[in-house]
Write a protein that binds this ligand. Structure first.
Ligand SMILES: C[S@@+](CC[C@H](N)C(=O)[O-])C[C@H]1O[C@@H](n2cnc3c(N)ncnc32)[C@H](O)[C@@H]1O
Length: 225
């Protein structure tokens, strides 16, 4: 079911501009040169050079807001392509007053239009859309075309932490991580029964867990360029 557009969305987004980053040139037909001054600069955004962790497809931001409170010495940028859900996270962030989080209205496809090579220390992919039809496989966020971008934006040895309820997406991800030289570790086929400590539930995770579905999780280490 399609979500109804939130009331006064444009005005509400404008009111969150102080906690928001923009990704330039998000159009596959645009050939404009990228403006160097619009790339992420940790000193300018956060006023420090603490480690940078990213989340792609953050939805309403429950995960990033919780993990950022637990880790004040890590900076987080949470990226989401749908403004209608992103606004919830941004408004909550302003309420909480956390200094180590920014939200970005943007698409994984253009991650390297915001972040320079080796900028990030970790990437979270939580319950990414599975795109079950094979004709849409290239939209899955662990498709090789995305892994090539993550390889550049993440430091060598940085980890991607993935969680999903979808076995087919999990298998697909393992195939693509493996084909692209990522080494996987801490692979779990039932996270909540695995003894893993410190798990932070996302909105979708709460929903799927209440339905009795197992949660799949892995960590994939970036082999570098
Ligand atoms: C199934 S929801 C999961 C939300 C949240 N991570 C959670 O676990 O509750 C997937 C989210 O990824 C976003 N998304 C899908 N493809 C994306 C892309 N290419 N770039 C950025 N966000 C994307 C969707 O808009 C959606 O909000």
């Amino acid at each position: 079911m399609r979500m109804r557009k939130k009331h006064n969305l444009e005005e509400r987004i404008a009111a969150c501009s102080d906690v928001m980053l923009y990704m330039q040139n998000q159009n596959e037909h645009a050939n404009d040169p990228l403006d160097e001054s619009l790339f992420f600069d940790s000193m300018r955004v956060f006023g420090n050079n603490n480690p940078l962790h990213l989340e792609i497809g953050c939805g309403k931001g429950a995960f990033v807001l919780e993990i950022a409170q637990r880790n004040p010495d890590i900076n987080y940028v949470a990226i989401e392509k749908t403004p209608n859900v992103l606004i919830t996270g941004m408004e909550k962030l302003k309420e909480l007053g956390l200094k180590n989080v920014r939200f970005c209205l943007g698409q994984a496809e253009y991650l390297d239009h915001l972040f320079h090579e080796g900028a990030a220390d970790r990437l979270y992919l939580n319950f990414s859309c599975p795109f079950p039809k094979e004709t849409y496989a290239r939209h899955r966020l662990t498709h090789t075309r995305f892994l090539e971008i993550y390889r550049r934006v993440l430091k060598k040895g940085a980890e991607i932490h993935q969680k999903t309820d979808n076995m087919r997406l999990f298998e697909f991800s393992i195939e693509h991580f493996s084909a692209n030289g990522f080494v996987m570790k801490n692979v779990s086929l039932d996270l909540h029964k695995s003894g893993f400590e410190g798990n932070i539930m996302t909105e979708y995770e709460t929903r799927f867990t209440s339905m009795g579905l197992p949660i799949y999780r892995l960590e994939a280490v970036n082999p570098g360029k």
